[in-house]
Design a protein around this ligand. Structure first.
Ligand SMILES: [Zn+2]
Length: 92
């Protein structure tokens, strides 16, 4: 979890989120979710953030963007698209 100027790590050094693939595609097991997601919060979140908690999606959106950029850089665009399309099933 991100905190001002520090990140708390609790993923047990597993791939995915605690060993699970949030996307359900297999792509989410290609990286340590917490490292990428929370580092993105530090990178973007400390510079760009919402004024109201109801706009938290902006904060989380940048972290999710970083996850897809990581996959694209290491495994290609198809991996990134597959991951993002898999995640869409989790949201209404
Ligand atoms: Zn987050």
């Amino acid at each position: 979890m991100e905190h001002q100027s520090a990140v708390a790590y609790g993923n047990g050094y597993k791939m995915g989120y605690r060993g699970a693939d949030l996307s359900g595609t297999g792509e989410g097991l290609k990286f340590d979710y917490i490292i990428i997601h929370e580092t993105a919060h530090e990178w973007f979140g400390n510079s760009i953030t919402s004024n109201d908690i109801c706009d938290m999606w902006i904060h989380e959106g940048f972290a999710m963007y970083a996850e897809s950029v990581f996959l694209e850089c290491y495994y290609g665009k198809e991996s990134s698209f597959k991951y993002l399309n898999g995640l869409k099933k989790r949201y209404r």
